[in-house]
Design a protein around this ligand. Structure first.
Ligand code: SAH
Length: 352
């Protein structure tokens, strides 16, 4: 039993079972606060850590969206959950091809973990960058370009299970020395469950990520009012789906969700249909989701890799392996998806 397990058990003893979302929030706050989880020696590898091309293309996506809206200035570039800062470093380097984009540009990284923030400061020293712990602390007073890769999958989800009594919330409770799942005895109000899910069969699981919906709503409000565009890349499903997707990953392998909280990464599939609806409700236009493969290929990822390979034949086989990981349907190409949020008046963004 680790220290966080003891804290959670003590809280359950005092206050009763907690929601899956409360558990996930506590576990992931501890997880990200204490370690750099990325790379071979860590728990998982993300797209910007696979290749510099990923961040370069996303940076150029922002430049193009900004150009398409007649180059408003000043403007702000925000990244949610920047990890090691690799994506932003690659995006800013690529954006140097368009120096006028970098003029009068505020760069804001939204990061809750002090340890990862220190990594980002180190990698981005020399760049003018600010930090916020939460997106709602970023002012909404200028056009917003926003990037988020594998941020939303880390936000806490609630789980509801359809029973003969109605939809009951799944809770985390104690079973002896262990933590265990249990259903709340009293069903939640029907209004909490979207109508398109209402007649699911008994045993169906519905997952809801309230912080994701709130953040996407706020992004859409900002973009609709001030201009700009947001690009969300993550793993997830594009149509309403049932089934539990909460997972724990440690050392590049699946692990149990409830054991040793805080020493493994908890994440869940992103419900892109729900994010799209939340953005549209705020008056923004939504594009996608499209597969990561389709998105990156439309942005010219193959040509960029060709160019890198032609400069250095010795590393060509490494480069092709990186490209394969990003776009092959059996790797990240299909499971990962891209969604864009733009003002209604803006043209269709590149890649969609
Ligand atoms: N975008 C990076 C890292 C993804 S991991 C990449 O692709 O490599 C998730 C990131 O989101 C980490 O930086 C983590 O510290 C941050 N994060 C997770 N939950 C957060 C929250 N509630 N608020 C702010 N940042 C959070």
């Amino acid at each position: 039993m680790n220290a966080l397990h003891e804290r959670i058990a003590a809280r359950i003893a005092a206050q009763g079972a907690m929601t899956v979302a409360e558990f996930m929030a506590l576990a992931n706050a501890e997880y990200y606060a204490a370690r750099d989880p990325f790379g071979r020696a860590g728990d998982f590898v993300t797209a910007p850590e696979i290749s510099q091309v990923f961040g370069e293309l996303l940076g150029l996506w922002c430049v193009q969206v900004w150009r398409d809206q007649n180059r408003p200035s000043p403007k702000r570039l925000v990244e949610l959950g920047p990890g090691r800062g690799t994506l932003m470093a690659d995006a800013l380097r690529a954006a140097k091809l368009a120096p006028e984009f970098l003029d009068a540009l505020d760069v804001v990284l939204v990061e809750a973990s002090p340890l990862l923030r220190a990594k980002q400061e180190e990698l981005l020293k020399g760049e003018k960058v600010q930090w916020q712990e939460r997106f709602d602390s970023v002012p909404n007073d200028r056009p917003l370009l926003l990037l988020a890769n594998e941020f939303f999958d880390a936000l806490p989800i609630r789980q509801f299970v359809k029973t003969a009594r109605g939809w009951c919330e799944r809770m985390v409770t104690r079973a002896g020395d262990k933590l265990a799942f249990a259903l709340a005895p009293v069903p939640v109000a029907d209004a909490l469950i979207p109508v398109d899910r209402a007649d699911a069969p008994d045993g169906a699981v519905y997952e809801m990520c309230q912080p994701a919906l709130a953040i996407v709503g706020e992004i859409a409000r900002g973009v609709a009012a001030q201009g700009g565009g947001a690009l969300i890349v993550d793993y997830g499903y594009d149509a309403p789906a049932f089934g539990e997707t909460l997972q724990a990953v440690r050392g590049h392998a699946f692990a149990s969700v409830l054991d040793n909280p805080g020493d493994r990464d908890l994440s869940a599939h992103v419900d892109f249909a729900a994010l799209a609806a939340a953005a549209e409700a705020e008056g923004a236009s939504v594009y996608g989701p499209v597969s990561q493969a389709a998105f990156l290929e439309a942005l010219g990822i193959a040509q960029r890799f060709e160019q890198l390979a032609s400069h250095n034949r010795a590393t060509a086989s490494t480069l092709w392996a990186q490209l394969d990981r990003l776009v092959n349907a059996k790797q990240m190409g299909t499971l990962f998806k891209a969604l864009a949020i733009l003002p209604k008046v803006a043209p269709r963004p590149p890649g969609f």
